[in-house]
Design a protein around this ligand. Structure first.
Ligand code: HMG
Ligand code: MG
Length: 314
């Protein structure tokens, strides 16, 4: 690799937000043990990712798979430098997050009412009102707050979603005081042309360091969407799940998140300096895959171990 290439690469930094323990496990039909979840998070802590979404303080009726998040947070080894975050839908969730010493929470809504009703039992406007005391309380306690917007290009019930609806929700979340926004292609239908249509509207209206892209891979477009967001818009954070696990039980037909290892490979090949070790990510995903009794869906997990790491050409 030439010195110019190395210098350029080292100035291009990206944060990987590993959502496998939350988005990855919330959609599994089997409930897995707390110990397996803790081992998964601990293994991910050693991969070099910046942040791990380790659980969810939602109603156990809505997501029984993550009902033990309180215990997971108590048992994980928190590696210095890694941020451990969790979903919080309401004040009850905030209390649980506080008791579990969580330093970053995520409130979550969407750009379409029908999905929001199915997911959190209220309209988008009602969700913003519900989040008001949550964000206020979290900021008072010095927590960082992320605001998720789901269905940013397509809603599983309403179809195509115009960027103006996403922009409107983003403004309301920023007005509440959230620190960052994550844009969710919940159903995984977006292609790069949809991402451009969305990001053309969003990127001029928020600092890029406060924006993350969260794509599911239902139609096989997720890595292309990540590369579009990076190369054309310089989005600096991506939500990904080891092994391509994931999905939302309230988004029928949607498949897993874009795989962490596939995104790491694609970004390294795009001259991004990333401290994440793809092999360790695959090892962590393989262990949880054994517990879940299923094959990983990522491309890189199908490749021979010695061929995994990206090697740049000179
Ligand atoms: P609700 O039924 O309107 O609320 O649900 P409620 O206040 O009437 O509570 C119902 C029951 O839940 C009560 O228990 C509450 O105590 C309990 P009951 O009296 O019936 O026994 N409850 C709680 N328990 C523990 N912790 C709490 C809590 N809150 C209520 N925090 C609610 C509204 C929002 C609570 C519910 O709909 C819910 O929890 N939904 C969560 C759905 C979810 O987690 N979806 C997946 C995450 S979103 C996603 O995956 C998309 C994302 O990845 C981005 C993308 O891909 O686009 C983020
Ligand atoms: Mg998701």
């Amino acid at each position: 690799m030439s010195e110019n290439h190395r210098q350029e690469r080292d100035s291009l930094r990206v944060r990987i937000i590993e959502v496998g323990p939350r988005d990855g496990l919330q959609n599994e039909s089997d409930i897995i043990s707390t110990e397996a979840k803790v081992s998964f998070v601990d293994a991910l802590s050693e991969t070099g990712v910046a942040e791990i979404e380790a659980g969810s303080f939602v109603s156990p009726r809505a997501i029984p798979q993550l009902a033990d998040s309180d215990e997971v947070f108590r048992k994980i080894n928190r590696k210095p430098g890694v941020v451990y975050s969790a979903l919080v839908p309401n004040e009850r969730g905030l209390e649980r997050a506080r008791a579990a010493a969580v330093s970053k929470i995520a409130v979550f809504t969407a750009a379409s009412d029908t999905f929001t009703r199915r997911n959190i039992n209220c309209t988008v406007s009602e969700s913003i009102e519900r989040f008001r005391p949550v964000v206020f309380g979290a900021k008072r306690d010095d927590m960082t707050v992320r605001g998720y917007i789901s269905t940013v290009t397509h809603c599983p019930f309403e179809g195509a979603v115009p960027p103006s609806q996403v922009l409107d929700v983003m403004r309301q979340l920023l007005d509440l005081g959230v620190d960052e926004i994550s844009l969710g292609d919940t159903v995984g239908k977006a292609a790069p042309c949809d991402m451009r249509r969305l990001l053309d509207q969003i990127v001029p209206r928020i600092e890029r360091s406060r924006l993350s892209l969260h794509v599911h891979d239902t139609c096989g477009m997720a890595v292309a969407n990540v590369l579009t967001a990076w190369t054309e818009y310089r989005i600096e954070s991506f939500d990904t799940a080891a092994g391509g696990l994931g999905g939302c039980p309230y988004a029928p037909g949607a498949s897993g998140n874009v795989a962490t290892e596939d995104v790491v490979y694609a970004l390294k090949a795009s001259r991004v300096s990333l401290p994440v070790d793809e092999r360790k990510v695959i090892a962590a995903a393989s262990e949880i895959g054994k517990v879940l009794n299923r094959r990983l869906t990522s491309r890189l997990s199908q490749v021979q171990t010695e061929q995994i790491a990206y090697e740049g050409v000179a």
